[in-house]
Design a binder for this molecule. Structure first.
Ligand SMILES: [Fe+2]
Length: 232
């Protein structure tokens, strides 16, 4: 029998955050109210409201979200440990975090978080069929002829058995209280919300620094060692 060896996989970490329904409802309402009172930059009939572009991108600085970020900290460590890394060597800095509100027909277009290292999506309020998160890998490793894994290949019958080995897109089911972590450089999007209730998610960007940078030439040093050029 031949061996199939899948080299260089993309690992996405998914877990339940385990927050009580009352608390999830509370932070979900917080985001809904922020949305209702804010600007609507980037929002349209087909595009979700995202707090990062509307003045609400620092949820990690707000007390009501502290229990959520405390729970997230543990999942970041588990994600990093799942990759075989020593989580104790790093600090995980929340740099931006914001809510999104997707009403019926709205979705989040494909994007990635270039200024960050690890990103996550958490779903405090999310009904069934309100839209999954989609990961997209342009030019995937197995695509030996450019464009072979794009949707038209299936239409033309070139892909006999659609599966993870011949996909440029992965649709990841996500439910209420799910948290999903992934490298920030990964392209992602959401399906449109097909339900009457809003889908509330929270996105967070994490910059990873070293606790101790002595004898290590990779990874950013600790923020306490940074100094602004206008501070001299
Ligand atoms: Fe995102």
């Amino acid at each position: 029998m031949p061996e199939i060896l899948n080299c260089f996989p993309l690992t996405v970490f998914k877990d339940k955050l385990g927050l009580p329904p009352e608390y999830r409802h509370q932070i979900g309402q917080h985001i809904i109210q922020s949305c209702a009172a804010s600007k609507r930059i980037g929002q349209s009939a087909s595009r979700s409201w995202t707090g990062d572009r509307n003045g609400h991108e620092f949820l990690h600085m707000q007390e009501p979200f502290a229990p959520m970020f405390k729970a997230i900290h543990l999942r970041i460590r588990r994600y990093v440990e799942a990759l075989g890394l020593d989580a104790d060597r790093f600090r995980f800095q929340f740099t931006r975090s914001w809510g999104t509100v997707s009403e019926k027909g709205q979705k989040i277009q494909r994007h990635r978080h270039n200024q960050s290292h690890i990103s996550l999506a958490y779903y405090p309020l999310k009904g069934p069929n309100s839209g999954n998160i989609i990961f997209h890998m342009p030019d995937p490793q197995n695509e030996f002829t450019a464009g072979l894994f794009e949707p038209h290949s299936q239409d033309m019958g070139l892909i006999k058995t659609p599966n993870i080995l011949n996909s440029e897109i992965v649709n990841l089911p996500a439910e209420e209280d799910d948290i999903v972590l992934f490298p920030s450089k990964t392209y992602h999007a959401t399906e449109p919300n097909q339900t009457d209730g809003p889908r509330i998610s929270i996105s967070t960007d994490i910059v990873v620094t070293l606790r101790e940078s002595d004898q290590v030439e990779f990874v950013m040093p600790d923020v306490s060692k940074w100094r602004s050029s206008d501070g001299f």
